[in-house]
Design a protein around this ligand. Structure first.
Ligand code: MLT
Length: 251
């Protein structure tokens, strides 16, 4: 098993020219998109449809009035003034996606980095949305599947590498190595992630609070608790994957 890692969101456009047909992509946007989607699916959402741009989300809602709209720009919920359509039903805080609000629902989401990273992987053999919340379940699924090639995709913050996504990449590599999955061969970017994880793992919340998006969220009173929420390890036992139709569902 070869495990490569895409560390920077600036590398995402190049994925369009890469043959991903034999690759399993694992996308991490720890703060917060993939943590939020994992939470929503754990709480019973039927599916999440990640889209890159706000107009795509608004158009989907127009054609499907029962779809719920979610997403952020600059970390905060998209309002009518920005969407040119309705106020969105949710922002991108995992704590908003409670069972009573999402059970059985389809949620269309557009976020600054996370949904774009998922869309950029659409040509892959399989696309998983990962988080610390379901890291062990994701690792065990991969260990059972034994794909020849895994590409861990760190969604980033704006155009920047996001520490928290790189830490998750390192933590996943560590779990796969511990399972001795066909002696995974780590590509250099994955080794970097693994080394950073070894240094930061003793206090994940502290590491997240130093990261660019961690600092931004901690400065927003309504959103600061999202950092501690997303730093929880293995509280959900589910694996979430993007189907060929572009929707994320639990496997
Ligand atoms: C993103 O997709 O860029 C993030 O999840 C931003 C956030 O909600 O904090």
């Amino acid at each position: 098993m070869k495990i490569d890692t895409l560390l920077s969101p600036l590398e995402l456009p190049a994925l369009a020219h890469r043959d991903l047909r034999g690759t399993v992509c694992v996308v991490f946007d720890i703060l917060r998109a993939t943590s939020t989607f994992v939470t929503a699916l754990h709480n019973g959402a039927a599916q999440i449809i990640p889209v890159s741009e706000i107009p795509e989300a608004v158009a989907l809602r127009k054609n499907n009035p029962h779809f719920l709209l979610a997403g952020e720009r600059d970390g905060v919920r998209i309002r009518a003034a920005l969407s040119g359509g309705p106020d969105f039903d949710f922002g991108n805080s995992p704590r908003e996606f409670r069972a009573e609000k999402v059970r059985g629902q389809t949620v269309v989401s557009t976020t600054t980095n996370g949904t774009r990273a998922l869309r950029a992987c659409a040509a892959a053999k399989l696309v998983l949305a990962g988080s610390f919340l379901n890291l062990l379940a994701t690792a065990e699924y991969l260990a059972a599947q034994k794909p020849a090639e895994i590409l861990i995709v760190c969604a980033g913050t704006g155009n920047d590498v996001a520490d928290e996504d790189v830490l998750a990449a390192g933590a996943l590599a560590k779990l796969l190595m511990a399972r001795n999955v066909a002696r995974p061969s780590l590509m250099p970017a994955t080794e970097t992630a693994l080394n950073l994880w070894q240094a930061a793992k003793l206090d994940l919340f502290y590491a997240l609070s130093l990261a660019k998006n961690g600092r931004r969220l901690l400065a927003l009173p309504d959103l600061r608790d999202d950092v501690a929420f997303c730093a929880q390890r293995d509280v959900f036992n589910l694996v979430t994957a993007m189907s060929p139709d572009g929707a994320l569902r639990r496997l």
